[in-house]
Design a protein around this ligand. Structure first.
Ligand code: MRU
Length: 346
């Protein structure tokens, strides 16, 4: 199944907290549950979070007791606020909610039912488009993957981070579909271990050659000439090309530059936020201390230890070779090229 889908008026998603030990699908009929699922990372990854929020808003319309369209609009605005507050860094969340609200505001709805139905259709369109976008990103990106490449990736920018197929892993998948031989170095990605748990699971299921490494092994491998390409996803791209992605991405990009290795961020257009001039303006989520001090229910650090747990970092654009989108690859100067990509590429 897809990472997230709409089924008989309910939202279904794979519970990513349990993988790879257990594959469980959860179903929600209350948008508050969807908000909690986003916050608790049942569903995670920028595009998947966007789709989840869209379905959440569609659910809120079904749940609403409003008897007329203006009352439903008020309920929708309130539900969007609840969903928006769940995770701050991935711009796809507010992008999807804004798109849903635009659709709601734009129509001349004859009834509450008409608007509710239109919102379900819009959420389904967001999910379907994500799948198509990822395949196009794959086609664009596969062009820069050399045959025989050793690719290093971070976190999970795969099918599980999207509705289907993936962004950074979509590029890998497409290169493989095109007959290229690749091998992927998978960073474990502390503290939530999205690499060890999710990327490893996805690639092994697809039979794509991979090796799991501790995060701190990356520099050693690069210096030894065992990495040809670094590919990671994006949670928000600022107008100047600075990229927020999972904590640890920045150090990989710096190491790649130091070792003369190309490093690309892979980002759908929906992740580009031209309203922010630089990455300094991107809000960085801080998550609970327990993500660092507890592994699998077992405490590994002293009780009461002070912890700082930023979930994302910003890679300044100068460390990136390019930014792969569905409309083409943006190269420096990003102020010009990203705008062009957002307007359709070419
Ligand atoms: O905290 P997460 O797991 O939601 O973070 C995910 C990432 O940082 C991904 O690399 C990013 O969202 C791109 S996903 C296609």
């Amino acid at each position: 199944m897809r990472t997230i889908e709409w089924h008989n008026g309910r939202v279904r998603m794979i519970d990513q907290r349990l993988l790879p030990l257990e594959y469980r699908v959860v179903e929600y009929d209350d948008y508050h549950q969807v908000a909690e699922a986003i916050r608790d990372m049942v569903v995670r990854g920028a595009p998947a979070i966007g789709a989840a929020a869209a379905f959440g808003l569609a659910l809120s319309a079904r749940q609403s007791r409003a008897e007329n369209v203006p009352a439903l609009m008020a309920d929708l605005e309130q539900a969007a606020e609840v969903l928006r507050r769940t995770r701050p860094t991935a711009v796809n969340l507010s992008w999807a909610l804004e798109r849903m609200l635009r659709r709601a505001r734009a129509g001349r709805w004859g009834s509450v039912t008409e608007l509710t139905t239109a919102l379900e259709a819009e959420a389904l369109a967001i999910a379907d488009e994500d799948v198509q976008v990822n395949r196009r990103i794959g086609e664009v990106g596969a062009a820069i993957v050399p045959d025989g490449a050793n690719i290093l990736t971070h976190c999970n920018a795969g099918a599980l981070a999207t509705v289907e197929y993936g962004t950074a892993l979509g590029v890998v998948r497409m290169a493989v579909e095109q007959g290229k031989r690749v091998h992927v170095w998978v960073d474990e990605t502390r503290p939530r271990l999205q690499g060890a748990r999710l990327t490893a699971w996805e690639l092994m299921r697809d039979g794509i050659p991979m090796t799991l490494i501790a995060d701190n092994a990356a520099g050693h491998l690069m210096r030894a000439g065992r990495v040809d390409l670094v590919l990671f996803g994006a949670d928000r791209v600022a107008a100047n090309g600075d990229v927020a992605n999972k904590i640890g991405s920045y150090q990989l990009a710096v190491l790649a530059k130091e070792n003369g290795i190309p490093c690309y961020a892979v980002s759908p257009i929906s992740t580009i936020d031209l309203s922010l001039a630089t990455g300094d303006e991107i809000p960085i989520e801080e998550r609970p201390a327990e993500e660092v001090t507890v592994i699998d229910g077992r405490r590994i650090a002293p009780e009461g230890v002070p912890v700082y747990n930023p979930a994302f970092d910003v890679t300044p654009h100068r460390y990136l070779t390019g930014i792969i989108t569905e409309n083409g690859i943006a190269y420096p100067p990003y102020g010009v090229s990203l705008r062009k990509m957002v307007n359709g590429g070419g």
